[in-house]
Ligand binder design. Sequence first.
Ligand SMILES: O=C(O)c1cc(=O)[nH]c(=O)n1[C@@H]1O[C@H](COP(=O)(O)O)[C@@H](O)[C@H]1O
Length: 266
Amino acid sequence: MTRQQLVEQIRTKKTYLIVGLDTDITKIPKHLLSAPDPVFEFNRQIIDATKDHCVGYKINTAFYEALGKPGWEAMEKTAAYIPATHFKIADAKRGDIGNTSSQYAKAFFDALPFDAITVAPYMGADSVLPFLEYKDKWTIVLGLTSNTGARDFELQKAGEELLYEKVLRTAAQWGTAEQLMFVVGATQASEFTNIRAITPHHFYLVPGVGAQGGSLKEISEKAMNKDVGLLVNASRAIIYASGNEDFAAKAKQIASDYQQEMAEYL
Ligand SMILES: O=C(O)c1cc(=O)[nH]c(=O)n1[C@@H]1O[C@H](COP(=O)(O)O)[C@@H](O)[C@H]1O
């Protein structure tokens, strides 16, 4: 999906919500456990219920890899089920020496039909460039993450600047804003104005609203650019809004609430 197509979807649907499919088999409603593939069945119903309120889905691969082969199959089926109009993110946080990163890129962009993958920048340019060789796909580089551990490295000084600032400035040179985004955690709202000044044109994938407590209002006010430039992910707040048979209806309600709030900011 090109940047222009993504922006059109956001403007048309009046939402920049990404629904996070962090599907944990121990948390899905019990009545689904007798289905042939409970994880896929849960995702299918969540996607059907929320697709009008979001522009994409983020599959956190850990939840699928944890189940071995059936988990990987559920991920493949889910990725294939997501409508073509929706942005499909593999949240895999990959990145390794170049020839290994090339294999990760093939796995998520060729063998699986994802539009985007999250990548850790710690190993530097040669670990990220193999993803960026796919010009029609998106590489989403971790910038400033939402967790408390962001203080351990990302918010430490690296010379004159903070490490995350160096990551943003440096990684922004590796690809264009048509193919490279940054992850910026919603819990880091105090840094958002600074982040936008460093990378004025980029899209950000913003996790950390909902269960982690970040403010949609604050990040939207501080970081929206002329192309919107924001994709805001919520996982647990939507998919586990109810643990009962009404889970899909409740997920729809929460996704719709996010959409309505986003429509106000657009
Ligand atoms: O790359 C991510 O998506 C990510 C980066 C980050 O800094 N913080 C973060 O929470 N995430 C992911 O975003 C999702 C957040 O889930 P909820 O807190 O349930 O909405 C999880 O899949 C996390 O792995």
